[in-house]
Design a protein around this ligand. Structure first.
Ligand code: NAP
Length: 305
């Protein structure tokens, strides 16, 4: 199978490319900087693409069987009007250009897996949320909603579209864990913003596993939550991380500390409670390698050392 991956140089994308290559797939990576991408993964077939301005090159699209759409500028930054515009453009314009390009391919792909985020649901307190829950409000809820709507444009190509509303991907080399490591290693880690909010985490192997599974599972269409079946509160997460790192997890950090670093809007959004569960993936038979948090963290940190 020939699979195009956008965002292939990123944290999730690079792990996905490795897994697809191990499976024997032909992997085409689209990137703004092929030289940099090739240096990190020479076995992917890289093509240059300026995603906000143009359609992907025809050479990349030729003979494509499947597409995984992971592109997007990080939301973990001060959400100024200019940053919001870049964050939106990197998802909406790139996805529109991708879909328009696929429409011109000699043989359009049979399946597309497009990324989204559980931020879609907004603040939900202790309520358990599956894929039927309505959208929330605020920038980090409206962003995935608009991204999903743009990806739905691919349905006109008569392909199967699976949208993964992804939780916090646990990978010690990037994302949230990398940011938490320093305070925990210094012995000043602990619950954030009171610690009562729910975190829909997912081990990177299950994130990659779900994408690979969705590519092949004919019933995987529409929206699927991509998070472990057992979300935890931030306090439970901090305690588990402290145990795994053998460091205390008792120093609370107020929301204002995140606001000082990244601004109040991001601080509000990242501490929103999403008790999301992967109801549809479980119903369709996906088997999580890491359904429970502490073994997931132990696995990630044992591999890192
Ligand atoms: N990590 C998580 O916990 C998580 C959770 C839910 C959803 N997501 C979403 O999943 C996607 C992949 O996540 P990730 O953690 O792998 O992200 P990442 O490591 O930041 O990689 C994102 C990729 O998008 C491209 N990109 C970044 N900024 C861009 C811009 N301004 N314009 C065009 N392209 C840009 C980059 O590709 P090139 O530099 O090669 O062009 C990069 O490789 C993102 O959209 C993210 O929001 C992630």
């Amino acid at each position: 199978m020939r699979v195009i991956v956008t965002g292939a140089s990123g944290m999730i994308g690079s792990a996905l490319c490795d897994a697809l290559l191990v499976r024997g797939e032909e992997v085409v990576g689209l990137t703004r900087d092929p030289a940099r991408a090739r240096a990190t993964n020479p076995t992917v077939s890289w093509h240059a693409w300026n995603p906000t301005d143009e359609r992907p090159p025809q050479a990349a699209l030729a003979g494509v069987d499947a597409v995984v759409n992971l592109i997007g500028e990080t939301t973990n930054q001060r959400l100024t009007p200019a940053a919001k515009q870049r964050i939106l453009d990197s998802r909406l314009r790139s996805t529109k250009n991708l879909v328009d390009g696929l429409a011109t391919a000699s043989t359009p792909p049979r399946v597309m897996v497009s990324q989204s985020a559980v931020g879609y649901y907004g603040e939900r307190g202790e309520a358990i949320i599956d894929e039927s829950a309505p959208p929330g409000s605020g920038f980090l809820a409206e962003l995935p909603a608009a991204w999903e709507e743009t990806a739905r444009g691919a349905e006109r190509l008569d392909l199967r579209l699976a949208i993964l509303r992804t939780g916090i991907v646990l990978d010690p080399e990037g994302g949230m864990i990398k940011q938490l490591l320093l305070p925990f290693r210094l012995g000043v880690g602990g619950p954030l913003a009171g610690g009562d909010w729910y975190m829909p985490w997912i081990h990177r192997d299950d994130e990659v596993g779900l994408i690979g599974w969705a590519l092949g599972e004919q019933r995987a269409a529409g929206v699927l939550n991509a998070c472990a079946p057992h979300p935890v509160t931030n306090r439970e997460f901090s305690t588990a991380l402290g145990r795994v790192l053998r460091r205390p997890a008792i120093t609370p950090a107020p929301k204002i500390a995140i606001a000082a670093l990244r601004g109040g809007e991001l601080a509000e959004a990242v501490t929103e409670s999403h008790r999301a569960v992967p109801r549809r993936a479980l119903d369709l038979g996906y088997s999580f390698r890491f359904p429970v948090l502490e073994p997931a963290l132990r696995d990630l940190f044992s591999r890192r050392q």
